[in-house]
Design a protein around this ligand. Structure first.
Ligand SMILES: Cc1cc2nc3c(=O)[nH]c(=O)nc-3n(C[C@H](O)[C@H](O)[C@H](O)COP(=O)(O)OP(=O)(O)OC[C@H]3O[C@@H](n4cnc5c(N)ncnc54)[C@H](O)[C@@H]3O)c2cc1C
Length: 340
């Protein structure tokens, strides 16, 4: 099939769906691209995230693949940052401090970020950070510099690009894979699944499970670095600071007052001045996680509705660190068919 005859149908309009649409419409300018989604920004899981770069929850996926996606994405953020998209796309270069109770193996991505250092901290250092729980000889800090890429901002930017490229948006909820049979999709269309956690129901992927994250976004003009320890994290974005957060294997999207209380208390223990920050909103999202790792493969599914239809599916599923891994595969030089 010639590249210009391609028809793409992207399911989902979170960071994955939109990044994919941007890449495909760029690679194949004569193709048609339709995005079908129940919700759009600012009502996706992606809008909840602070967007700090950092591979996470990728167990089951080879380090080789993770490394290449993670590196390409870091390069992509660097490229946007250098081109002056900090404000428009929420791309900021931020110093990061992560504290651990005990000696921890250095991560495989240490040479992707800038200036990675592993340090054993003295009690004076911990006094500085009010970390009374961490005063033992094995306490370690990772320090490095990397990017935040704010999903809401970059998704707004992507939507503007896509509207100018005549990509069509359709608001629709898919109950199951059979709904696709009812839609007027061309038989040779390539359907890209970016439904996030809901692939669990729509594509019956039983390996998927939610990792619930609750955060609070506040206005605070004095936070210029990202901090994380075992009980909380503080991540500056361009307009707000994200205080987090939970990682629970439950499916509730309800704001839990107990989580809210502990997020605030744990973050105030690190930076007491945050007590005075104006609260912008509390949010909850369900990170998609998958027991055997990222699913990135081509499937051919045939429906029987009187006539037999064949759809090519590229069933893309990037695990919970999509913001970190996604742009790299959508930027893949050989386009989508590379991932079979
Ligand atoms: C609190 C929290 C903090 C996070 N922090 C970070 C971070 O700092 N860095 C990072 O990299 N990641 C972070 N993440 C993870 C990140 O948010 C997700 O991995 C990412 O947003 C997933 O993107 P997605 O496009 O796959 O899914 P989503 O954003 O969930 O998009 C899925 C899309 O599919 C649509 N859809 C779903 N079901 C249906 C259906 N049945 N029919 C039609 N449409 C449907 C939805 O409406 C939506 O448009 C965080 C997540 C949470 C919750």
């Amino acid at each position: 099939m010639a590249a210009e005859q391609l028809h793409f149908v992207i399911l989902g309009a979170g960071i994955n769906g939109l990044s994919c649409a941007v890449r495909l419409s760029h690679e194949y300018p004569r193709s048609t691209v339709h995005i079908i989604s129940e919700h759009f920004s600012p009502n996706t899981t992606s809008d909840v995230a602070a967007g700090l770069w950092g591979p996470y929850c990728l167990e089951g996926t080879s380090e080789y693949e993770c490394r290449s996606w993670a590196q390409e994405t870091h390069n992509y953020f660097l490229q946007l940052w250098r081109a002056g998209y900090a404000d428009k796309c929420g791309i900021c270069l931020v110093p990061v401090i992560e504290l651990f109770h005990r000696d921890t193996t250095s991560p495989w991505w240490q040479n992707i970020v800038f200036g990675f250092q592993e340090m054993y901290l003295s009690s004076d250092d911990f006094n500085l950070a009010h970390q009374t729980n961490y005063r033992n000889s094995k306490s370690v800090a990772f320090m490095y510099t990397t990017f935040t890429c704010e999903p809401s901002k970059i998704m707004k930017c992507y939507c503007d690009i896509l509207s100018n490229r005549n990509v069509k948006f359709h608001q629709k909820r898919l109950q199951s894979i059979n709904c696709l049979e009812m839609l007027n999709i061309q038989a040779n269309a390539i359907i890209v699944n970016c439904l996030g956690l809901n692939s669990q129901h729509v594509f019956n992927d039983l390996e998927l499970f939610p990792v619930r994250g609750q955060v609070q976004k506040v206005k605070a003009s004095s936070v210029f670095h990202s901090f994380a320890n075992a009980s909380c994290y503080i991540i500056p974005n361009t307009d707000t600071v994200v205080l987090g957060g939970t990682k629970q294997k439950i499916e509730s999207l309800r704001i839990d007052p107990n989580d809210r209380y502990s997020i605030r208390a744990n973050c105030f223990a690190i930076q007491p001045h945050l007590k005075d920050a104006t609260i912008v909103m509390d949010c909850v999202g369900l990170r998609p996680a998958r027991s055997s790792g990222v699913r990135l493969e081509l499937e051919i599914i045939s429906f029987d509705n009187g006539k037999t239809l064949f759809y090519l599916f590229i069933y893309l599923f990037i695990n919970s660190y999509d913001l970190t891994t996604c742009p790299s595969w959508v930027q893949a030089p050989n386009g989508p068919c590379r991932h079979t």
